[in-house]
Write a protein of this length. Structure first.
Length: 280
C-alpha cells in the first residue's frame, strides 16, 4: 500500500485505540503514540506518511484555560508544523463542542464555544484556516461505542446507561432529558470517515455526525428495551449547567460531497448489535 505508515497520537484512548485497530486491519502500518504508553513530548514522524492527531486534553469540564491551550492548541500547532515541513499528511480531531450555543452546525458558521475545552479546539480550527499546508480536521459529534471505559466520567450517555443498567438495574438521567438532543455517532463510523478521507486530497474541516439527533431520554429507553431496568430522573449538577449543549445536529453535507452517500449506524442498531459486548 502506498503511504501506509501512520502515527496516531492519543492511540491509548477510546477513539485512538479503535482507529489504530481499524486501520491495522486495513493494511496500514500503525505506530501508537500516547502518554499511557510512556510517550512524552512530540513524536518522531520522520518515517511516517500520515499523522492522525487525537491526543490532548479531552476533558470537557477542565477549567484551567492556560493548561488546556498548551495541550490542545500549542501542541497541535507544533505537530502540524512538523508535518508541513516534511510533507506528512495531517488529520486531527476537532469537536462539535466548538458550536456551543450556535443554532446552526455548518463548518463555515461562526461558532460560540462555551467551555475552555471547546475554545481550545476552535482556536486551533481557526488558526489552521489561515495555513497553506493541507489538513483534514474532523468535528466529532457525540461519539460512543465499545472501549469507552477509558473515558471515565467523560463517557457517552450510551455507554453510561448500559453500564448503569448492568450494575445497578437502574438508569439515571438528568431531569428534562427529553429536551436535550444530541447527534450520537458510533466510533465505527468515525473510524470509517478517517479511513475514507485518507484516500482523498481534500483539505478542510468536516463535521462527523449522522445528522439525526435523539434525546438522552430516547437513548435511555433504547437501553431499557434491552435490559431489565428502570429509568430514574436526577437533578443536573450545578457545575454542568451552562456547560451543556442542548442540541446538536451535524450538517454533514460537506463530508458526504467528498466520500459519497453513507449509511450511518443508529444508536438503536448499534446497541442491538453490541449490547452483549458492552456487558461482557
Amino acid at each position: 500500500m502506498r503511504e501506509n505508515r501512520v502515527l496516531i497520537t492519543g492511540a491509548g484512548g477510546f477513539i485512538g485505540g479503535n482507529l489504530a485497530a481499524y486501520l491495522s486491519h486495513r493494511g496500514y502500518d500503525v505506530t501508537k503514540f500516547d502518554i499511557s504508553l510512556g510517550n512524552r513530548g512530540l513524536p518522531d514522524i520522520l518515517n511516517q506518511d500520515i499523522v492522525i492527531h487525537l491526543g490532548g486534553n479531552s476533558s470537557t469540564t477542565e477549567t484551567d484555560l492556560k493548561l488546556i491551550l498548551e495541550q490542545n492548541f500549542e501542541y497541535s500547532k507544533s505537530l502540524y508544523e512538523m508535518c508541513s515541513r516534511i510533507d506528512v499528511k495531517f488529520q486531527y480531531a476537532s469537536s462539535a463542542s466548538v458550536y456551543g450555543t450556535s443554532k446552526s452546525f455548518k463548518e463555515s458558521d461562526f461558532c460560540k464555544p462555551v467551555s475552555p475545552y471547546a475554545f481550545s479546539k476552535y482556536m486551533f480550527d481557526c488558526w489552521l484556516m489561515n495555513q497553506k499546508y493541507p489538513y483534514q480536521g474532523f468535528r466529532y459529534f457525540n461519539v460512543y461505542g465499545l472501549g469507552e471505559d477509558k473515558k471515565g466520567n467523560q463517557a457517552s450517555p450510551v455507554s453510561k446507561f448500559i453500564k448503569q443498567a448492568q450494575r445497578n438495574g437502574e438508569i439515571k438521567i438528568f431531569e428534562k432529558s427529553e429536551k436535550y438532543k444530541r447527534d450520537f455517532v458510533s466510533v465505527d463510523d468515525v473510524c470509517e470517515m478517517h479511513y475514507r478521507m485518507l484516500k482523498k486530497d481534500a483539505s478542510g474541516i468536516y463535521n462527523v455526525g449522522t445528522g439525526n439527533p435523539i434525546s438522552f431520554r430516547e437513548v435511555a429507553e433504547i437501553v431499557k428495551a434491552h435490559s431489565h431496568t428502570q429509568i430514574t430522573e436526577i437533578p443536573m449538577p450545578k457545575e454542568l449547567k451552562g456547560q451543556y449543549q442542548k442540541f446538536t445536529k451535524a450538517d454533514n453535507s460537506k463530508l458526504i460531497e467528498i466520500i459519497g452517500e453513507y449509511d450511518w449506524k443508529s444508536v438503536k442498531q448499534y446497541v442491538e448489535e453490541n449490547i452483549n459486548a458492552f456487558i461482557n
